[in-house]
Design a binder for this molecule. Structure first.
Ligand code: AMP
Ligand code: TRP
Length: 329
């Protein structure tokens, strides 16, 4: 069975973008791959976090993974900070990454371009840590939204660089992005990604939003004045986004939806999307509450940490040998 690995940062609350771009893929793949999903909390602290909130977001994230449909019998779920090999290999990867490479990473580039102050060194080097997360497990595939593609590219380059220098050590991973929904856009500014760190609550659908509030957010999503329902990202990004959300949640092709809406108005489309989102969130949150009440969280995490930890330990020992870091037998 091929290995697959992905992670999500427990910063803020999970959005519909996270579900459609990432989590939905994990669920589709869990039957056919040896799947490792982790909570990237060492990545979360690249920006300031409130410890209580971080803890709550971490638990919510785990519960939401399962509420969304991950099966604890099939996937290995673990917490990054519980396995010190991530940061250990992260450092090794940092020492094999070039400044130029990291300076080209969009997240860092965008923040510096905007003149943001207080950018930490961790935020600069975090793609090297992400490469470590992936390479530790010899993942063949990494399912992510498009915004993460560049980071997986770096992991590929680092794997090849390392293999060339020290002999075959790492599997070179491949990115998997969904055909539809790899980038869900903000409801208020549909040329921007829907993001957990968004300030305007009307712009995102959080997976834990009250369903009736989520309905209102869809109804007030920004569209355009063209008035025809068609999939045109360039000129009608708001409508394209609504079509993408509906297509993803309903498993219906965009073409099919567009055909259904011939001659109809935006109001009708919004109503349907709002209802589908309402139903999706209501069911999801019921499963979320049941999972939280079941007390399974710790047990699942312990089992996941143990299984992933064994792989990480063995791999790190091998890497250290290759680098000439160990003396004791
Ligand atoms: P993050 O929220 O940055 O921790 O991202 C976690 C995962 O969700 C990554 O695979 C992202 O690519 C994906 N993701 C985040 N936001 C979106 C979005 N708006 N649309 C699609 N995928 C997303
Ligand atoms: N950097 C990713 C994000 O911001 C999260 C992440 C960390 C990740 N390590 C990873 C995703 C390894 C896939 C594989 O969304």
């Amino acid at each position: 069975m091929k290995k697959m690995l992905s992670g999500i940062k427990p910063t803020g609350r999970l959005t519909l973008g996270n579900y459609i771009g990432a989590i939905r893929q994990f669920i589709n793949y869990q039957d056919d791959y040896d799947l490792y999903i982790f909570i990237a909390n060492m990545h979360a602290i690249t920006v300031a976090q409130n410890p209580q909130e971080l803890k709550r977001n971490t638990k919510d994230l785990i519960a939401l993974y399962f509420a969304c449909g991950l099966d604890p019998e099939k996937v290995t779920v673990f917490l990054q900070s519980d396995l010190p090999q991530h940061t250990e290999l992260g450092w090794i990867m940092t020492c094999h990454s070039y400044m130029g490479e990291l300076q080209r990473m969009t997240q860092y580039k965008d923040k510096t371009a905007k003149g943001e102050t207080g950018i930490t060194a961790g935020l600069f080097t975090y793609p090297s840590l992400m490469a470590a997360d992936i390479l530790l497990y010899d993942a063949d595939y990494v399912p992510v939204g498009v915004d993460q593609k560049q980071h997986v590219e770096l992991a590929r380059n680092l794997a090849e660089r390392f293999n060339n220098r020290y002999g075959d050590t790492f599997v070179v991973p491949k990115t998997l992005t969904p055909k539809v929904g790899a980038k869900i856009m903000s409801l208020q500014n549909p040329t921007k990604k829907m993001s957990k760190s968004e300030d305007n609550p009307k712009a995102t659908i959080d997976l834990l939003d009250e369903p009736s509030i989520a309905r209102k957010k869809i109804m007030s999503a920004v569209t355009d004045s063209i008035g025809i329902i068609q999939y045109d990202v360039e000129n009608q990004p708001g409508i394209a986004n609504l079509l993408t959300i509906l297509s993803s949640l309903n498993n219906e092709t965009i073409e099919h939806i567009v055909a259904r809406y011939q001659g109809k108005g935006y109001g009708e489309l919004k109503k349907e999307v709002a209802q589908v989102v309402f139903d999706f969130l209501s069911e999801l949150q019921e499963r979320y509450r049941a999972f939280m009440a079941s007390g399974q969280l710790e047990e699942i995490l312990r089992a996941g940490n143990e299984k992933a930890g064994k792989i990480a330990y063995k791999k790190t020992a091998k890497i250290k040998r290759k680098l000439g870091l160990n003396i004791l037998k």
